[in-house]
Design a protein around this ligand. Structure first.
Ligand SMILES: *[C@@H]1O[C@H](CO)[C@@H](O)[C@H](O)[C@H]1NC(C)=O
Ligand SMILES: *[C@@H]1O[C@H](CO)[C@@H](O)[C@H](O)[C@H]1NC(C)=O
Ligand SMILES: *[C@@H]1O[C@H](CO)[C@@H](O)[C@H](O)[C@H]1NC(C)=O
Ligand SMILES: *[C@@H]1O[C@H](CO)[C@@H](O)[C@H](O)[C@H]1NC(C)=O
Ligand SMILES: *[C@@H]1O[C@H](CO)[C@@H](O)[C@H](O)[C@H]1NC(C)=O
Ligand SMILES: *[C@@H]1O[C@H](CO)[C@@H](O)[C@H](O)[C@H]1NC(C)=O
Ligand SMILES: *[C@@H]1O[C@H](CO)[C@@H](O)[C@H](O)[C@H]1NC(C)=O
Ligand SMILES: *[C@@H]1O[C@H](CO)[C@@H](O)[C@H](O)[C@H]1NC(C)=O
Ligand SMILES: *[C@@H]1O[C@H](CO)[C@@H](O)[C@H](O)[C@H]1NC(C)=O
Ligand SMILES: *[C@@H]1O[C@H](CO)[C@@H](O)[C@H](O)[C@H]1NC(C)=O
Ligand SMILES: *[C@@H]1O[C@H](CO)[C@@H](O)[C@H](O)[C@H]1NC(C)=O
Ligand SMILES: *[C@@H]1O[C@H](CO)[C@@H](O)[C@H](O)[C@H]1NC(C)=O
Length: 410
């Protein structure tokens, strides 16, 4: 029967579609490049010879691959900074000349050796927290007069709590929390939570960024700080430092799937590349969303936007950057602004969190989950089914109406 034939074709097409989608998902997930991740605090420090100033710490995460190593260094000397160094050796090491590292003449005091194994290095520095009074509720600090801005919180001047109590060697995480010591931070803190990853996965908590073995993540939050105005909003200034290719452009990609990050259909990638056609060398990737509660519900999401990256003449005030980069590294910077016009001000929850992924090579790309693929298949397949069944019926009816030309031979 014609109907049967159409049904067979239909189900064949649907199952083909599903197989292709699901297996392409599997391919994305089975690109399982594993690294062995280990954490150490203050590498090479002999505490009986050198004592650290309070709040200063250097976390080293080593992510060992088959023929290469990724070194992540998170440091609270000056503005908090995350340095990423990629080497083509399985035995590269971080060497710190601690007395020099802590001095004012720190250049060259932190090296990754052997130095000729270093393929690429790049640092991301959290420099300032801007607070502005959004009296007209525009959500656009770029268009506000200088008088709307409060004195920025210089993160280089913050006092940080010891990282050693927050180190989780199995989850590969550590936390840096601090404040400026003023009364407005007396019940509050600015925190960074660093995570290193050994394989492909996705975090449960929003924005649930997809990560892989070549990436790390920093979640930033501002909790319980007394705003200096009822209509205060915040921006975070980031600076990127690179020897060869600075992070010069932000690409914004669109998606039709917001399953992992409800209501957010964009992903922003601040990338380092040789030219517009060459592959990405490293990146900072984020979804343009912040959350106004520590355990957010859908309505606690608030969109963010970034400013255009600009070249910055000076190096950022990070001890790690001063110690590692020699010569004249390139520095670029941008601001991430939390909230948009019409969204509640900071004073409603006194909380903001934002997450960024930092990694080597091409940024991870979200793919559709099998659930969304199934929904799409049904959504697209049902009209197709109706058309096919409709045309099948018409065919069959036409056939029935045709006169019987061939008579059986008696
Ligand atoms: C630290 O330095 C002291 C004095 O030089 C030395 O005795 C000790 O063995 C060193 N400790 C480590 C862990 O290297
Ligand atoms: C990671 O560690 C495991 C067990 O110690 C080892 O078998 C594996 O070869 C290591 N992988 C890499 C990439 O070094
Ligand atoms: C590491 O090995 C992979 C294949 O496993 C190869 O594609 C890559 O070029 C190698 N990288 C280096 C730095 O040798
Ligand atoms: C800084 O360190 C370098 C090498 O370690 C040394 O040559 C130079 O004299 C030092 N400068 C100061 C001002 O201490
Ligand atoms: C707010 O809007 C009023 C009226 O449009 C304008 O006069 C004022 O300058 C604006 N204030 C700020 C800080 O932009
Ligand atoms: C932060 O520290 C720098 C260097 O110590 C100093 O020049 C600056 O005035 C401080 N800024 C604030 C806001 O305290
Ligand atoms: C953390 O380091 C400080 C000194 O920097 C030390 O006094 C403290 O005991 C350490 N805490 C842990 C849990 O190791
Ligand atoms: C900090 O919390 C205490 C106790 O809840 C409160 O008395 C104090 O006013 C708060 N300080 C600020 C600056 O909000
Ligand atoms: C703390 O906040 C109050 C307003 O709430 C402001 O007047 C004061 O200048 C702030 N203090 C500092 C050190 O920023
Ligand atoms: C926050 O500020 C707004 C605008 O001034 C004000 O109406 C509201 O009462 C404040 N909320 C809290 C919790 O202080
Ligand atoms: C971009 O850089 C690649 C090397 O990474 C080079 O082969 C290519 O010619 C360059 N393209 C342009 C337009 O400069
Ligand atoms: C961030 O915003 C502040 C306030 O508008 C501005 O002064 C600063 O130059 C901006 N930083 C960057 C890197 O664009």
């Amino acid at each position: 029967m014609a109907e049967e034939m159409f049904f067979t074709i239909y189900f064949f097409a649907i199952s083909l579609l599903l197989t292709v989608r699901v297996s392409s998902n599997l391919i994305d997930y089975s690109e399982i490049y594993q690294r062995n991740v280990s954490l150490e605090l203050n590498p090479g420090l002999n505490s009986s010879l050198t004592s650290l100033p309070p709040g200063v710490g250097l976390l080293h995460a080593r992510a060992l691959g088959n023929n290469d190593t990724l070194h992540y260094l998170l440091c609270s000397l000056g503005a908090p900074a995350l340095l990423l160094v990629h080497t083509n050796s399985k035995s590269s090491k971080v060497e710190v000349d601690w007395p020099a590292f802590l001095s004012t003449n720190a250049s060259g005091s932190l090296r990754v050796t052997p130095e000729n194994s270093v393929l690429y290095s790049n640092a991301l520095v959290f420099t300032r927290l801007w607070e502005y009074s959004d009296t007209n509720d525009t959500g656009e600090p770029e268009h506000l007069p200088a008088s709307s801005f409060f004195q920025p919180y210089e993160l280089q001047n913050f006092t940080w709590r010891d990282m050693n109590n927050t180190l989780d060697p199995t989850a590969h995480t550590a936390m840096l929390c601090g404040g400026d010591g003023s009364e407005n931070f007396s019940n509050g803190s600015f925190c960074l939570k660093f995570s290193a990853f050994d394989s492909v996965a996705r975090e449960k908590s929003w924005p649930s960024l997809l990560h892989n073995a070549n990436s790390s993540q920093v979640r930033v939050w501002l909790d319980g700080v007394t705003p200096r105005d009822n209509k205060s909003r915040f921006s975070l200034e980031l600076q990127a430092v690179g020897d060869t290719q600075p992070m010069t452009r932000v690409n914004v990609l669109l998606s039709i799937d917001d399953e992992y990050t409800p209501s957010i259909f964009k992903v922003s990638q601040w990338v380092s590349l040789v030219n517009t056609t060459s592959p990405v060398l490293s990146y900072a990737q984020w979804k343009p969303v912040a959350y106004r509660k520590a355990s957010p519900l859908f309505e606690d999401a608030t969109p963010c936007h970034h400013s255009t990256p600009v070249t910055i003449a000076q190096r950022p005030p990070s001890g790690l950057v001063l110690a590692y980069f020699k010569g004249e590294p390139h520095t670029t910077g941008l601001n991430i602004t939390f909230s948009i016009a019409g969204d509640p001000f900071y004073n409603t929850t006194n909380y903001l969190s934002w997450t960024v992924l930092i990694g080597l090579g091409s940024p991870p790309v979200d793919s559709f989950s099998p659930l969304v693929v199934a929904i799409m298949t049904v959504g697209l397949g049902t009209p197709l089914l109706i058309i096919l069944v409709g045309s099948a019926c018409v065919c069959v009816r036409k056939k029935r109406l045709q006169p019987q030309v061939y008579q059986p031979i008696n």
